[in-house]
Ligand binder design. Structure first.
Ligand code: G1P
Length: 292
């Protein structure tokens, strides 16, 4: 088991791509099948052995805290009505881990959101997990990143090969070959144009950082989009210490945009024993009826 105990989940940004659904509902609370997206991320952290979760929230995000808290009234009625399976699910969501919250008062960017975690994290290494990126891999990727961090004592980023025309939506690294599936990161750049991109290796929303990232975060200036970018802090960290990338290619869902969100809902439902068969039949029926 890794020495790393803490995970930081930045959940403060406005979900403008999902308006009007996200006018009052945090986008992290949008359901994937029957669970809010952020619960998948917390469960992934817990399954990888992380026991202390810090969620960075903002205004309008209070329902995230309520979700991971007890709901005595609901529990009372489910118990009274003999709905024990549902009661188990409801209780489980409030017993997942030791969950803490801190508010990012101004949405100044992902780098700023992570810097708000400094007080809580202290001088330990920690994971950062972006809730737009959902993993359905039994926490294999995160576990492997934690193992590599423990072995080399350095930060590790998750890396995914994407199509050339997608790279400008991500942080992008220039890799130096190391022991597969690890690479050493020579350079990192936030959302490069196709011409600027040094490779098609995109940074995916899982990171394990040494606490040195906080000093780097203190030194960054507004970057791409005028925001304080985590990627720019990683670029500074690289000047002082090796940073590794862990390549992977399976199990990810990008729910930051509509199509990815819809697809994740369908695929996660297909994965479920209680729903998969019916959902497959439903999809065949839709295709047939619409002549797709
Ligand atoms: C953020 C990071 C980017 C990373 C991406 C992964 O971008 O800034 O480097 O590749 O997450 O999902 P965002 O998607 O928040 O714009």
């Amino acid at each position: 088991m890794s020495k790393v105990r803490k995970a930081v989940i930045p959940a403060a940004v406005l979900g403008t791509r999902f308006l009007p659904a996200t006018k009052t509902l945090p986008k992290e609370m949008l359901p994937l099948v029957d669970k809010p997206a952020i619960q998948y991320v917390v469960e992934e952290a817990v399954a990888a052995g992380l026991t202390d979760i810090l969620i960075i929230t903002g205004r309008n995000k209070r329902s995230i805290e309520d979700h991971f808290d007890r709901n005595f009234e609901l529990e009372y009625y489910l118990d009274r009505d003999g709905k024990h399976e549902m009661l188990k699910d409801v209780e489980a969501s409030s017993n997942l881990a030791d969950i803490h919250y801190v508010r990012q008062r101004d949405p100044l960017g992902l780098g700023h959101a992570v810097s708000v975690a400094r007080e809580h994290v202290g001088d330990e290494s920690f994971a950062v997990m972006l809730p737009d990126d959902i993993m359905a891999d039994g926490s294999m990727l995160l576990r492997s990143m934690l193992d590599h961090h423990d072995r080399y004592g350095r930060s590790v980023l998750a890396l995914l090969e994407v199509a050339a025309d997608e790279i400008s939506s991500y942080g992008c690294v220039e890799p130096i070959p190391f022991h597969e599936p690890l690479v050493e990161v020579r350079r990192i750049i936030e959302k490069p144009s196709l011409d600027e991109a040094p490779s098609n290796l995109a940074v995916f929303g899982r990171y394990v950082f040494t606490s040195d990232i906080f000093d780097a975060l203190d030194r960054i200036e507004p970057g791409r989009g005028g925001e304080l970018q985590l990627t720019d802090a990683i670029a500074l960290l690289l000047e002082d210490q090796t940073v590794y990338g862990r390549k992977f290619d399976e199990g990810r869902h990008d729910i930051g945009q509509k199509l990815g969100f819809l697809r994740a809902n369908i695929e996660l439902a297909l994965d479920r024993d209680d729903l998969g068969g019916d959902v497959a039949e439903m999809l065949r029926d839709i295709v047939r009826k619409r002549g797709l």
